[in-house]
Write a protein that binds this ligand. Structure first.
Ligand code: HEM
Length: 479
């Protein structure tokens, strides 16, 4: 039995990108790293002297891109070839998630869904959702005030509630609400993330827990409310109202699918990012203090921060960028796949290859970010303003090319809103008996959560409680 490397060399006259030598039949199955694969892939680059490396797993070539240049050359400049996805047979065919465009092959079905999603999640299209983010941040503060030790569950509830209200106009009611229960169950992904096998089977673990009535029921509910003129403003309502071919069943299905994936793709990623933020605040108390001093100076202590403050809070904005960079929660992005044979840097990349962008390697490249392991928002600032010469990690952490995360503007608004409100009200400290590590451990999985940790959140000053209760009452009346 010949190695697949030899097969491709014979066929194309060019070698595959270098990598560990595969075994007959199973290829590099046993070389696949189980823990922090992003580090192993980067070490292979050093070992083989190439920023792109490859392995063969059961006959399929996987090419890992370990530099910003390779990612941009292939996923952006050659996006026509590099924008497909590997098949997710387990999720698509067995569990029935074939409606989910995040897993769809590049083509017309994907394009239709992606186009409508992108239009309705653009920065200008989601600006009107600022009050929704603000309301849910205030609810989060209230929950943190009353049961701070359950912060993980509160952060998850917060993301679930704000995505569902934004998309379907649905408000989650209490802990018996079916959507709340989904969110709770999907917490399982936290504890099982460490044992997940490969990077493509496990993308969006939350999807495994969604009941079959999503996206169907969410969409049906919304349409019924619209018929009765009872639907609240939401993205789904906008999509339906702007739908030119209203009676066309296919276009309704496209809208239904585009709405359904917002929860699946947005919830886990945003929760993991919030957990990274809280962890950074325990490990780097000096950054927490600096951000709080800025909020006190700009917002004061008589009200809570909102979106009108954002342009006046450069340190907080830099801190949000650093949260995304420091422990990016999608360290290997989401695998792309090639739809044609290609040649790059003298290497052959066969059609159907899995392409893994190692974004962790890029956001931890010391050439771009000095002392990359350190959490340091100041790296993004120059003379008290965001420095345009420092590469914004958003350019990497949300993926690249035609598949770049279309929910990123929504995610950034939500991150800013929660970070500012939490820092304005709470002092975040480690528990006296909590294990405190210098280098946080991130669990394996396409969405990488920090290993579980405890935290103490205390109101920063007398009067925080009144401020939160007052703001919440105000929000409920306003909306
Ligand atoms: C901090 C939070 C988030 C992170 C780090 C993140 C990251 C990513 C990444 C790395 C990808 C793959 C991009 C690629 O293949 O090149 C992706 C895809 C996607 N994300 Fe996000 N995301 C976040 C939040 C959200 C939110 C809130 C939504 C929805 C409102 C969303 C919707 C999507 C969708 C629909 C896709 C699939 C795009 C496609 O295949 O065409 N994401 N995201």
């Amino acid at each position: 039995i010949r190695h697949s490397r030899d097969k491709w060399l014979r066929r194309s006259g060019l070698p595959l990108p270098p990598g560990p030598r595969p075994l007959p039949l199973v290829g590099n199955l046993f070389d696949q790293p189980q823990e922090t694969p992003w580090l192993t892939y980067l070490s292979w680059s050093k070992q083989y002297g190439s920023d792109i490396v490859s392995i063969d797993v059961l006959g399929r070539t996987t090419v890992v891109l370990n530099s910003a240049k390779a990612i941009s050359d292939l996923l952006e400049r050659r996006s026509v070839i590099y924008s497909s996805r590997v098949r997710f047979p387990m999720l698509n065919e067995l569990i029935g998630w074939s409606w989910n465009f995040a897993f769809m092959a590049y083509g017309q079905r994907w394009r239709e869904r992606r186009r409508i999603f992108t239009r309705h999640f653009s920065p200008s299209a989601i600006k009107w959702l600022h009050p929704v983010h603000t309301k849910h941040s205030r609810k989060l503060l209230h929950q943190l005030l009353h049961s701070p030790s359950e912060f993980q569950s509160h952060l998850r509830h917060n993301q679930t509630a704000s995505i569902l209200e934004s998309v379907y106009g649905t408000e989650i009611k209490g802990t018996q609400d079916p959507f709340y229960r989904i969110a709770e169950i999907s917490m399982l992904s936290l504890s099982t993330a460490g044992v997940f096998g490969t990077f493509y089977v496990d993308f969006l673990p939350i999807l495994k827990h969604l009941p079959s009535w999503l996206p169907g029921a969410g969409f049906r509910n919304l349409r019924q409310k619209m018929l009765k003129n009872e639907a609240k403003s939401c993205i789904g309502k906008n999509m339906l109202e702007n739908n030119d071919s209203e009676d066309d069943e296919t276009s309704l299905q496209v809208i239904r699918d585009a709405l359904g994936i917002a929860f699946g793709a947005g919830a886990d990623t945003s929760v993991a990012t919030s957990l990274v933020f809280v962890l950074a605040m325990i490990l780097y108390p000096e950054c927490q203090c600096k951000a709080q001093a800025e909020i006190d100076a700009v917002v004061g202590r008589n009200r809570l921060p909102d979106f009108t403050d954002q342009s006046k809070l450069p340190y907080v904005n830099a801190l949000c960028k650093e949260v995304l960079r420091w422990q990016n929660v999608t360290p290997l992005s989401v695998a792309h796949a090639t739809s044609e044979d290609d040649v790059y840097a003298g290497f052959f990349i066969p059609k159907g290859s899995v392409i893994v962008p190692n974004t962790w390697a890029v956001t931890h490249d010391p050439e771009t970010y000095a002392e990359p392991a350190k959490f340091d928002p100041d790296r993004f600032l120059s003379n008290g303003c965001i420095d345009p010469n420092v590469k914004d990690p958003q350019a990497y952490t949300f993926g690249s090319g035609r598949r770049i995360c279309p929910g990123r503007f929504f995610a950034l608004d939500s991150l800013y809103c929660n970070v500012t409100n939490i820092l304005a009200c709470f002092s975040i400290e480690p528990t006296p008996d909590g294990k405190l590590v210098d280098v946080p451990r991130m669990l394996n999985g396409v969405i990488s959560f920090p290993e579980e940790y405890d935290v103490i959140m205390k109101p920063r000053y007398l009067g925080v409680e009144d401020l939160i209760e007052g703001a919440l009452a105000q929000e409920v009346v306003d909306l």
